[in-house]
Design a protein around this ligand. Structure first.
Ligand code: AVI
Length: 315
């Protein structure tokens, strides 16, 4: 079972880690949705501002007859691009890749009902599995004369360490053809205070989001974490250009996880590194894009230059 194996590997490593993808059980996903509404968490609002203002321009540059979205979720922000696409041409294809079949089905239903000219195809899986399923279903996703625009929004790329981010962009590039493009949403490097506040909000939602991973281990692996004996910490690691989230043990303690079985010792102040959220400069994106087989063509940012959407053209 991957969750059990990853928890064992992470909690027996030094320093201790847990993969951030396990934040997103039903409760964690609901908390994340709430985080996007926080005053401190500017990312979602800034990206929405960009898409509201520039969707027609993005579509005019990419000229897609097909949108392919990784981690589509409820496709809330995607609607700006869908509507711009349908203003430009009567018909548009939308291929959604998401981990959750329930979310995919609900989103497909809502989109079909709302947009007459839109064909929706859903691919359930994690990013790599979803891309494989998409490639199998379409030997040539962007057929000749029918360009594809892949979408990877929300700075989700930031939750991958650099080698993994490169591997993922290459996998996206592999399902595209020269002339196709990728729209990459990325949070920008900025002052420490703004970044740390975005990941350590005043009402404690991000703390709850982080601590929920321990509660999930308790629920699913018969863990015995005393969740209240850990505290949330978010810090900008400027050297690595990332906000790190940690869970810090407030006391010396040993925690049993019965389903593994495993006993994990913590000393007071010891932390579990649960998430990295990388922040980007234009150069960072340009380098990453080039190494993955793309060329950075256009950048749109919000009025306060906190976030940017990058149009990467396949070379
Ligand atoms: C999903 N991802 C881009 C979020 C981020 O900003 O790294 C996850 C998150 N972690 C804490 N707050 C939000």
């Amino acid at each position: 079972m991957p969750f059990a194996d990853d928890v064992r590997a992470g909690l027996t490593a030094l320093p201790k880690t847990l993969p951030s993808r396990y934040f997103y059980d039903q409760l964690g996903s609901a908390i994340f949705e709430a985080i996007t509404l926080l005053p401190e968490y500017y990312l979602t609002r800034a990206e929405t501002e960009i898409l509201t203002a520039h969707a027609d321009e993005i579509i005019a540059d990419a000229q897609p007859s097909r949108l392919i979205e990784l981690g589509s979720g409820s496709a809330q922000k995607t609607r700006y691009l869908i509507e711009a696409g349908l203003r430009r041409q009567r018909n548009l294809d939308y291929s959604a890749i998401d981990i959750s079949q329930t979310v995919l089905a609900a989103t497909a239903k809502a989109l079909r009902a709302q947009y007459a000219g839109l064909t929706v195809n859903s691919y359930q899986g994690e990013y790599y599995g979803g891309l494989r399923a998409l490639a199998q279903a379409n030997s040539r996703p962007g057929e000749t004369g029918h360009r594809a625009l892949a979408l990877f929004l929300g700075s989700n790329i930031g939750n991958f360490d650099p080698p993994e981010a490169l591997r993922l962009l290459r996998a996206i590039r592999d399902v595209l053809e020269p002339g196709d493009a990728l729209l990459l949403g990325a949070d920008l490097k900025k002052n420490r205070a703004t970044l740390e506040a975005a990941y350590d909000d005043a009402i404690g939602l991000t703390g709850a989001f982080n601590l929920n991973i321990l509660a999930r281990i308790n629920r699913e692996l018969r863990g015995r974490f005393k969740v209240r004996s850990f505290r949330h910490r978010a810090v900008y690691n400027e050297e690595h250009g990332r906000v790190e989230m940690h869970l810090v043990s407030t006391t010396d303690q040993v925690v049993a996880i019965d389903a593994l079985p495993l006993h994990v010792s913590f000393s007071q102040g010891e932390s579990i590194h649960t998430e990295s959220s990388y922040k980007f400069s234009r150069d960072d994106v340009e380098r990453l894009a080039r190494n993955a087989g793309f060329e950075l063509q256009y950048v749109w940012s919000d009025a306060e230059h906190r976030f940017a959407c990058h149009l990467l053209r396949c070379v």
